[in-house]
Write a protein that binds this ligand. Structure first.
Ligand code: BGC
Length: 827
């Protein structure tokens, strides 16, 4: 057992109303089924507070009028607020933190136990001092349960204390200022009732998706362990139900208020009906301490599998920040998620930004999950497989074959990207071209392949993965157009990951949107086509014939795939730099220095320039890694092979040159950008890599983008930092049926310890600057192959193997030699 340092608590001392939004997002509690922001129980939605509860995959569609057009958006619905709890003394005012004189305030998110603690001492208008000590949880043991416990201490007064506890169905979606002009009323309350004296019940329904959500809440007062003799009174309003519970309290005494809440929905499995189950679950739920005991065990088990231990020479808080990231990732996608039909939303179930939609960010998220809870990745990939028919329809409607997945995905897999987006800097609604990011399809194919590499799960590939890969390959083959003049295939009218380049300068963004031959898109398409051909080889013959028959795939088509995979065009600048897209080299250099002086924050250059009546499309300026994503996803050796296949041999020295070129032309307008840059610099410039890593680590904790985190955390960046530690700095690569290691720790990072799951094996890995140690606990099954820079070992259950690491100086020499040899060995 490890000692329990401060590293497990995110602590806020002092009440800062201006920070509430950020703290609410970062103190969200969830269990992969539902999540509740860390808002004060006495608060309601307004400028300071935004209580929000979200159900994983709880979407609803509404039509709004925007700039003279009717647009339909699908949103993650803000569900009824179960938190409301306040009190008053005699006939005084109901307590609101903003109305009292706060004497002391401490809020602590205990990451190890998954508990939010708030401790407040305050003086009210009448000069009375009260202490509010709160504990809160959303159960990781039983996904339908949550609990709130508040101990109220009458420090210098006696009197009648009335607690007011409620369920509030009168909530709307108003958490994101940019969306406030849009329709926001998603819920209709169907039933409000009380269950006996001490419990409340609320049932509501989303207006279009017709998801019924039922909540039951029991509020009880205790003096120590003894239930207080209290009077209950229920009050039913239009869409809220309240309970007032009153008792007498003496000076110096404390009363403990317990609110136990259950939540069920019509989407649950193994239920008769949501309302009935909410009441039944409440009937069987114990008190707060019972919930806490089971919840703590569930979290302990998760941490046993998912923790990362570090020794960091400079900053003491690196491990804490990683814990924050792992915690929020597991609250977004947990073992409970496996039962449900959901993907991982870019902003967690923590807020309303991006409407809870699922993007390509899973590319940054799955590696952590696949090497820890592979059954969870498998379930999340099923989310895509179930939407394959819709992706096929989308491809057909756009004139293509195969499956074209949407850039933003929600309930049924249709394209959810908004048509217009508001630039808050200019107040203008502009066309949103980001749906042209067809590279999302390669991300899905890549995720399937990586999952397979990590697990060797043949059943998944046979039954689902192969079909996904083949249909995505088909899409790429049909969107690629042959250009006889250059004897190359081209992909036009798309967008790369860099969302600044939505069209060519001067083009009508709606009619002539997108750019041509985005290098990232084309290289990934070639990779997908190659993998699809591999998959056909991998399938048992009979199964392969059946699958091809079922999806109507013939030899002629695969021959074309082979041809396209070798002839997709990748543009280059004259000096050998990979060109982000066709014509990029003709764009104007951006005045980075000047704009950094002019604006304190230039993360969102697109908005700044649009508000100046300029257009970011005119400049060599990227929002985030685009070409460099290739170096993020593939090792140098893999890239040599991919480019070789495409007939563009890549010189080893061109990798650092490309990194240098693009890194200076990126504004990091997406939090994913620092993750990618940290990764690509990890081998060539370890201290710079570490700086980007630290920046990614702070993305949400300090809200580096100034205001985005309160609207929801950035799960991709959070997972990306964890993956940087596990795969990048330890240099883990799953290739050719072996687990390869190549640790290169930044100087400031002295040691990493992780536990991984690879192909049904549990591995305990320790790496520092000199040694790599891999242990396989005796309970694991068949031996696996591990390798360090070409030295292979078989690792059987119960064995440990150790490698002495070569020094960074020797590594560079070794690497250059190896690169030379690899290139010579190629045909
Ligand atoms: C980024 C995308 C990302 C999305 C959701 C955008 O700002 O540019 O790459 O997928 O956010 O996180």
């Amino acid at each position: 057992m490890r000692p329990e340092p401060r590293d497990w608590s995110l602590v806020y001392d002092g009440y800062r109303p201006e920070q509430e939004g950020l703290r609410e997002a970062l103190c969200t509690l969830g269990n992969g089924y539902f999540a509740t922001r860390g808002a004060a129980p006495d608060s309601s939605a307004g400028d300071i507070h935004y209580p929000g509860t979200y159900l994983a995959g709880g979407y609803n569609r509404l039509v709004s009028e925007v700039a003279g057009r009717n647009v339909e958006n699908e949103d993650l619905v803000n569900m009824p607020n179960w938190l409301p709890l306040t009190f008053r003394i005699d006939d005084g005012a109901w307590f609101r933190i903003d109305d009292v004189d706060v004497l002391s305030f401490r809020q602590e998110l205990d990451l190890r136990r998954g508990v939010l603690n708030r401790d407040i001492r305050f003086r009210d208008e009448a000069g009375r001092t009260t202490r509010w000590s709160e504990r809160r949880l959303v159960s990781m043991a039983n996904q339908h349960l949550a609990g709130l416990e508040v101990e109220l201490t009458a420090e210098d007064w006696s009197g009648r204390l009335t607690v007011r506890s409620g369920l509030d169905g009168g909530v709307v979606n108003s958490g994101v200022a940019r969306y406030r002009a849009l329709a926001s009323q998603h819920l209709e309350v169907l039933e409000l009732d009380h269950l006996g004296a001490d419990a409340l019940f609320l049932r509501c329904q989303t207006s279009q998706s017709l998801i019924q959500v039922a909540l039951a809440a029991r509020t009880r007062l205790y003096f120590k362990k003894r239930e207080a003799e209290a009077e209950y009174r229920t009050q039913t309003l239009k869409d809220q139900i309240w309970q007032e519970v009153a008792c007498t309290i003496e000076q110096g005494a404390s009363v403990r208020v317990e609110k136990i809440v259950t939540l069920h929905t019509s989407r649950d499995r193994a239920i008769a009906e949501a309302g009935l189950e909410a009441k039944r679950t409440l009937g069987h739920a114990g008190g707060f301490d019972d919930l806490l005991a089971a919840h703590e065990i569930a979290w302990r088990h998760l941490w046993d599998d998912c923790d990362i231990e570090l020794i960091d020479g400079t900053a003491e808080d690196t491990e804490l920040k990683l814990h924050v990231h792992i915690f929020h990732l597991l609250q977004t996608a947990s073992p409970h998620t496996i039962e449900f039909d959901v993907g991982v939303p870019a902003r967690g179930w923590h807020g309303e930004a991006y409407r809870g939609h699922i993007f390509w960010d899973e590319l940054f998220i799955f590696p952590f999950l696949s090497l820890r809870i592979p059954t969870l990745t498998r379930a999340l990939l099923h989310y895509r497989y179930r939407r394959l028919p819709e992706a096929r329809r989308a491809a057909r409607a756009a004139g293509y074959e195969g499956a074209m997945f949407p850039w933003q995905s929600g309930s049924n897999g249709r394209e959810e990207t908004q048509h217009l987006h508001l630039n808050p800097n200019s107040g203008r609604w502009n066309p949103d071209n980001s749906y042209r990011q067809r590279h999302i399809n390669s991300a899905i194919a890549y995720n399937v392949w990586q999952y397979y590499q990590a697990t060797d799960d043949h059943e998944f590939i046979y039954a689902y993965g192969a079909e996904l890969l083949l249909e995505i390959a088909r899409f790429w083959a049909s969107i690629a157009v042959y250009n006889a003049e250059i004897d190359r295939y081209e992909i036009k009218g798309v967008m790369g990951p860099d969302e600044y380049h939505t069209a060519y300068p001067g083009a009508d963004p709606e009619m002539e949107g997108g750019i041509d031959n985005n290098a990232y898109t084309n290289v990934m398409a070639s990779w997908v086509l190659t993998r699809a051909l591999d998959v056909l080889e991998l399938l048992p013959k009979e199964h392969c014939i059946q699958l091809c028959e079922r999806i109507g795939l013939d030899l002629g088509e695969t021959e074309r795939w082979y041809d396209i995979s070798r002839k997709l065009r990748v543009p280059f600048h004259d000096d050998g730099i990979i060109c982000q897209f066709e014509g990029y080299e003709k764009l104007t250099e951006f005045d980075w220095e000047g704009y950094r002086k002019k604006y304190s924050d230039i993360h969102r250059l697109d908005r700044i320039l649009e508000a100046e009546d300029d257009d970011v499309n005119r400049y060599k300026a990227s929002k985030q890694a685009d070409v460099l994503m290739l170096f993020y996803l593939f090792t140098a050796d893999e890239l040599y092979l991919i480019f070789e296949r495409l007939g563009y041999p890549l010189a080893p020295e061109s990798i650092p040159r490309n990194i240098d070129y693009y890194i200076g032309r990126t504004s990091h307008g997406s939090t994913l950008s620092s993750v990618a840059h940290s990764w690509v610099l990890a081998r060539s410039d370890r201290s710079r890599s570490w700086r980007h890593f630290r920046c990614a680590l702070d993305s949400d904790i300090t809200d580096v983008q100034g205001g985005t985190t309160p609207e929801g955390i950035h799960v991709g960046a959070m997972a990306g930092t964890i993956d940087l530690i596990q795969r990048c700095y330890i240099g883990i690569e799953m290739r050719a049926n072996a687990l390869h290691f190549d640790p290169a720790l930044p100087d400031d990072l002295h040691q990493i310890k992780v536990r991984l799951r690879y192909r049904r094996q549990v591995l305990d890995i320790e790496a520092d600057h000199d040694t790599l140690r891999i242990g396989s606990p005796s309970f694991t099954s068949t031996p696996i192959k591990v390798a360090y820079r070409g030295h292979y070992r078989d690792l059987a259950p119960g064995e440990v193997c150790q490698f002495r690491l070569i020094k960074p100086e020797d590594r560079d020499r070794d690497e250059n030699r190896a690169m030379g040899a690899a290139k010579e060995a190629k045909p």
